[in-house]
Design a protein around this ligand. Structure first.
Ligand code: ATP
Length: 237
């Protein structure tokens, strides 16, 4: 397996005095799908926000493509090729689908490629092309999630963190979105998938990391860990 594109070592993140991520250590090898699993409140979203520069860590280091990005603001992290699709990602409902997507290409380097990036997103999600001039407020939940994913892809990232993108969506839509994620992974993009559904996570991620109460308590190749071991770590049994 290749050198990790992302290394998270001993990361701690707090809200005031409350420690949401106590000690997170994990590697993400380049070009594969990695799942991060854990129950409600395990610290998954806080860890993703911290990696993406949305939340500042209070300890530890985050290394992306060999560069220390610990505490770097999100707008700079994006420029380096790391994008986040945040949990509950919403689009701007009074803006058209296309304007929502174009907003994702705000870094200068991405702006130059906006046409190509749009075409790529439309290839991935043809329904967005059909609806590109519609207000995002008229879209279904699944289509809005596609817009949120598309927006993150507009910067041509090398690594994308997807934070519970399946939440509240119908099974057929989830299946479709996951197929598209596998497609972009197959094209060389590295993917981190935050999931509460352990079965789906193991099936999709080549490697799984399990978080429990702010710590990464289990890591390994999904096929070797197996569902039972992962479930035990998930519930802290
Ligand atoms: P979920 O699956 O519910 O999103 P999670 O694993 O992503 O859970 P986090 O959202 O990172 O977990 O939350 C970790 C802990 O931090 C929880 O105890 C949560 O209540 C707390 N927390 C999250 N956001 C905040 C905040 N803005 N202020 C204070 N505490 C927060």
């Amino acid at each position: 397996m290749s050198e990790p594109i992302l290394k998270v070592e001993g990361v701690q993140a707090k809200y005031g005095d409350f420690v949401a991520v106590e000690e997170a250590t994990l590697d993400v090898p380049q070009g594969i799908i990695v799942s991060v699993i854990g129950a409600n409140g395990a610290g998954k979203s806080t860890l993703m926000d911290t990696i993406a520069g949305v939340h500042k860590p209070t300890a530890g280091t985050i290394t992306f493509k060999g560069e220390d990005i610990t505490g770097m603001p999100a707008e700079k992290v994006v420029l380096r090729g790391l994008s986040l699709v945040p949990q509950g990602s919403r689009c701007f409902i009074r803006m058209t689908v296309e304007d929502n997507l174009v907003m994702g290409s705000y870094p200068k380097a991405a702006r130059a490629k906006v046409k190509d990036s749009l075409e790529r997103v439309y290839e991935l999600f043809p329904v967005l092309k059909e609806k590109r001039n519609d207000l995002s407020g008229s879209l279904s939940g699944g289509q809005r999630q596609m817009v949120a994913i598309g927006r993150a892809l507009m910067t041509n990232p090398e690594l994308v963190l997807f934070d519970e993108i399946s939440l509240g969506l119908a099974p057929t839509i989830i299946k479709d979105i996951y197929a598209r994620i596998k497609q972009i992974s197959g094209e060389g993009m590295t993917v981190v998938l935050v999931e509460q559904d352990t079965k789906r996570a193991i099936k999709t991620g080549e490697i799984s990391h399990v978080m429990l109460k702010g710590k990464v308590v289990l890591s390994g190749r999904s096929a070797e860990l197996g569902e039972e071991e992962i479930k035990k770590a998930y519930f802290g049994l």
